[in-house]
Design a protein around this ligand. Sequence first.
Ligand code: NI
Length: 425
Amino acid sequence: MPELTSSDSFIVEVKESKRQKEVGILLEKIRKLATSNAEEVVALRHHFHTFPERSWEEVETSKKVVDVLKGLGCTILKTGFGGTESGVVAELKGGKPGGCVALRADMDALPLQEENAVPYASQTPCVMHACGHDAHTAMLLGAAKILAEIRDELPGTVRFLFQPAEESGLRSGAKAMLDEGALDGVDSIGGLHVWSLAPTGTVLYRSGPVMAAADAWYLTIKGKGGHGSSPENAVDPTITAANLVLNLQAIVGREVSARETAVVSTGVVKAGETVFNIIPDSVTMNGTVRTFNPAVQDTLEAAIRRVIAGLCAAGRCEFELDYRRNLPATINDHAVTMTAKSVCEAMMGAENVKETELIMGSEDFSYFERKVPGTFFFLGTGNPEKGTNNPHHHPKFNVDDDALPAGAALLAGFAWARLTGEVRG
Ligand code: NI
């Protein structure tokens, strides 16, 4: 390629600055549409909050989502996943040819009694949107409305994933959607989570690993019960359990590099009943393991199995171990994350967009990112004056409604940017 003369490079510069201006104008248009749709998105969030549904039971939520999407001219591709009536996949085709980008919202609530005194409080006893998935569903519908309004300018297709059962742990809604083809034909994916620990008006992003893999282990140590006065005639599983609680902690300290991040926690230890002088037959123990690096995950599983087998043998106990890899780590693609970051900076101001620390919680969005490059980012919704800064899964968790238009705009802006390839960061 010949070198550019100064006049050629001047033309390129002018063209680029003209294009940048056009990009800025379109992102501004998306932001304005989000502001004018704000009331509708807030009303949708309140509706979903009032009528929460637990994992795999999001039937009425799914029906409402379908109604709204149909009204926007979206094509419904599939409803019902995992043999249930929960979950919706829909598409909006743009006015120009191009690729396909997916946006995802999870829809499920938690088994928790709401303690917020708000007009839109949950009407279902012991079921509550305490993680903000009501806001996710409403914001993605808001994004769909914005994108429908700029449909003619969209080069390609936006796929909307309204996912059941993010909270279900063992039976992931994301995995079910993936297995049933929800991402077939998709080039990249974006999703966001409201974040009460960050202030309203801010966004957190991270390239690479961002949320941990969550493994769980369930152990039964079998000894031989007996009288507490004569332990020599019994095989005491409590001693082995006590040794295990301490020795499991040594694994992270001694077998994992200090440069890696990992946690092993014992959550349940049950030995004996209420009688003081009986050595129990068996002890049950459960725990969790959090990692970001799949190699560290392998090391920890192998070490935990070895330490359990070794200590049980030393204590003359038998054991049954069920070790489950519940969720993989959420690992964000660099290029897709940089697109999201640039869109966030353009819409929220660079000073309000920050890199997050590693988050030890987990997210089944990770399954989608194993299939296509994607990014998962966090929208600040914490506002102490409104009391929306309680932790997630708390009975007084709530979302600052003022953050919702920005969330809808960021999702729509991200989809537009991925399709046009204009904003690369
Ligand atoms: Ni959540």
